[in-house]
Design a protein around this ligand. Structure first.
Ligand code: ZN
Length: 239
């Protein structure tokens, strides 16, 4: 369902910042828009035929929101009808993201629309596609979320940046409630890591459901073959 513009961790610039999208007619769903994502969107003409972009923000680290203000201002002034907001941003209240956008010169309702939502509340983003944000474990200094994407024929779990998978999510994964699961996975494995290592993922997920699990947000040390050997999939950048 999702295509990946970038699949790297913050410092793995080769793979670009982790960001994915989905198109339905002239609408586009975008999950995060890190520092180098606006450039990749523009240079690969991803906005061709798109009239509105719905951006889901998992948290406010720069590799997830660093170029969202560029995307908002660019589409407002230079994509389609002049001076018309074409981006709607969805983020839970406690990420504090509205303030970051305001300080970047992106005014709510003038340059874009904001939809601040509570965790665990279901919101219809594109007709027939509902999303629910769930708080996860990433860093102490800011709130971070994973996202459920539910449509009539698809249930997706997108972990966001997280050092763990909570018990409820694990249960749903093992019950095969989800069709696809995307998980922040890295090679680095040490006490206090704010991302989930492949080693830890191997201990959490039963063998028989690994075919629906896709590793993303890969660090420089990540070795795809190691993930494949364990039965997991690994996302690939679209271009
Ligand atoms: Zn992060």
């Amino acid at each position: 369902m999702l295509k990946f513009i970038g699949s790297g961790s913050a410092f793995n610039t080769k793979l670009s910042n982790n960001s994915s999208y989905y198109k339905e007619g002239n609408q586009m769903l975008l999950i995060d828009c890190g520092s180098n994502i606006f450039q990749r969107i523009k240079e690969n003409n991803l906005l061709e035929g798109i009239e509105h972009i719905h951006v889901l923000v998992t948290h406010t680290h720069a590799d997830h929101v660093g170029s969202l203000a560029d995307l908002i201002l660019y589409t407002y002034y230079s994509h389609g009808e002049f001076a018309k907001p074409k981006v709607t941003v969805y983020s839970p209240f406690d990420t504090g993201f509205s303030e970051i956008l305001r300080l970047n010169g992106c005014t709510n309702t003038i340059h874009h629309n904001e939809h601040s939502i509570g965790g665990s509340h279901m919101v219809e983003v594109i007709e027939g596609l509902h999303v629910v944000f769930h708080r996860n474990n990433h860093v102490d200094e800011l709130f971070s979320y994973g996202i459920e994407l539910i449509s009539h024929n698809n249930r997706v779990w997108y972990s966001g940046d997280s050092s763990s998978i909570d018990d409820k999510r694990l249960m749903l994964i093992h019950q095969e409630y989800y069709d696809i699961v995307y998980v922040d996975t890295c090679k680095a494995d040490y006490e206090g890591n704010v991302h989930l290592s492949l080693n830890k993922l191997d201990k959490l997920i039963y063998n028989d459901v690994r075919n629906i699990v896709w590793c993303m947000h890969l660090d420089e040390g990540f070795i795809r073959e190691e993930a494949f050997a364990l039965g997991f999939n690994v996302v690939v950048n679209e271009f």
